[in-house]
Design a protein around this ligand. Structure first.
Ligand SMILES: [Ca+2]
Ligand SMILES: [Ca+2]
Ligand SMILES: [Ca+2]
Ligand SMILES: [Ca+2]
Length: 257
């Protein structure tokens, strides 16, 4: 391969990397000893449970920078433990979702500690997981500490992650670094969320007048999205656009998110 082709390949790789628009939380901006919780809301992430920032120090195993994060039960390190991650629209309480996440577990207190990250969609259903057994060698070694990556199946997204640390014996502590995810999207607020600002067709995780305007437009355009009711006002499409569709839409609207 000649030099021009190499440069072209490098440029193409750079473009595809940038297009992913992912975000990495490296825990390096928080002092060691801090529990990560709400500090990354501006990035769209809220940590739940004991995500204890570690470092800098000789017994810390970060992937990048000086800091890592450890997960364990602060009251009983010898017990199995569960923590969580919820995605939000940056700086708000509005739920959000992502198509993928990644995290690198770098060390454990006990050999063969089970580390699992389970992904839940905006409706609360588990859609998959990433996990592995983590050794207790006391070092970060990329050859044995690969980045764990989970990508949502086609048509799905990840709103919440539950992380478990478990082992047969010894302390249940897993250390890791670089929580990576993206890009954040706003999931619909239930089936009635068919409108956004200005009455435009779409969704914005808010149920308001815009959804009525958008629904009425969809109805008169005989859009399949508006055919959601049949005889008797029961949910389901019947190939007719009539009063039954309004009954179902109004019920869905008042049912909320
Ligand atoms: Ca770090
Ligand atoms: Ca390791
Ligand atoms: Ca809406
Ligand atoms: Ca109908």
């Amino acid at each position: 391969m000649n030099k021009a082709m190499l440069l072209a390949c490098a440029a193409a790789a750079g473009i595809s990397g940038a297009a992913m628009a992912d975000t990495t939380i490296d825990f390096d901006s928080l002092p060691g000893g801090t529990v990560a919780s709400d500090q990354y809301r501006a990035l769209g992430v809220v940590f739940g449970g004991n995500w204890l920032v570690m470092g800098p120090g000789p017994f810390t195993n970060p992937v990048t920078g000086d800091n890592s994060v450890s997960i364990f039960n602060p009251d009983a390190p010898g017990e199995n433990y569960l923590v969580s991650i919820d995605f939000v629209i940056p700086g708000t309480d509005t739920p959000a979702a992502v198509p993928f996440f990644a995290f690198t577990a770098t060390d454990a207190s006990s050999p063969n500690t089970n580390f699992f990250m389970r992904a839940y969609n905006p409706q609360g259903f588990e859609i998959g997981f990433a996990g592995r057994l983590v050794e207790a060698d006391g070092v970060y070694n990329p050859e044995v500490d690969p980045e764990l990556i989970f990508t949502a199946p086609e048509g799905q997204s990840i709103a919440r992650i539950e992380v478990t640390v478990s082992a047969l014996e010894g302390n249940r502590v897993v250390e890791g670094d670089n929580f990576r995810f993206g890009p954040l999207i706003v999931p619909p607020c239930g089936p009635a969320d068919v409108g956004a600002a200005g009455g435009a067709t779409g969704y914005d995780h808010v149920l308001d007048n815009n959804d009525f305007i958008a629904f009425i437009n969809l109805f008169f355009a005989q859009d399949p999205l508006a055919d959601r009711g049949g005889v008797g006002g029961f949910p389901g499409s019947d190939g007719a656009w009539d009063n039954n569709d309004f009954i179902v839409f109004i019920n869905q609207f008042f049912a909320g998110c």
